[in-house]
Design a protein around this ligand. Structure first.
Ligand code: ZN
Length: 168
């Protein structure tokens, strides 16, 4: 599997979440710029990415996209680097910023994904987490950890790719 295929495979669950719950179609495309450490970009489907940025505050023009680092390699002190869950959470951060700005541009509440535990008042955060907090699914891989959307204060923990269309 090539680098971009690997990143795209890890991004699938996020593309599904964005489409299912925000009605926003995003894609992961190849964009390699080794000087600034870009391995791919996330952008709205149907638009050609033009100038990748790292932060949604700079994302105001049509065709702009959010940059993703290439898959990193595990190191002694960060053995989870480059793991599938680590990749998924890093792509999740970019997809989250992009979806939020696309919703905002459409005049829709940009809190995404909205926390169901707190009435949608804040977004969930993507984390590399073990499933012990959850009561709703046991779909974590053999390692026990998975990439999840979590409430930073409450107990909500939803596997990335399993967001539901529940009304906020
Ligand atoms: Zn919450």
């Amino acid at each position: 599997m090539s680098e971009i295929e690997h990143l795209q495979a890890r991004g699938e669950a996020l593309i599904r979440d964005a489409s299912a719950t925000a009605g926003v179609r995003v894609v992961v495309s190849e964009w390699v710029d080794s000087e600034v450490g870009i391995g791919a970009v996330v952008h709205e489907m149907g638009l050609r990415p033009v100038s990748p940025v790292w932060d949604a505050h700079g994302l105001l023009d049509i065709g702009d996209s959010l940059a993703i680092h290439p898959a990193s390699r595990p190191t002694k002190y960060f053995p989870e680097k480059g793991s599938d869950t680590e990749l998924t959470t890093s792509i999740a951060d970019a997809v989250q910023m992009l979806v939020q700005i696309l919703l905002w541009e459409r005049g829709i509440d940009p809190t995404w994904p909205a926390c169901p535990e707190h009435g949608g008042r804040h977004p969930l955060l993507a984390r590399h987490a073990s499933p012990h907090r959850t009561t709703e699914d046991e779909s974590a891989g053999p390692s026990g950890a998975s990439a999840r959307w979590e409430c930073p204060e409450g107990v909500t923990s939803i596997e990335i790719g399993a967001l539901e269309t529940a009304a906020p």
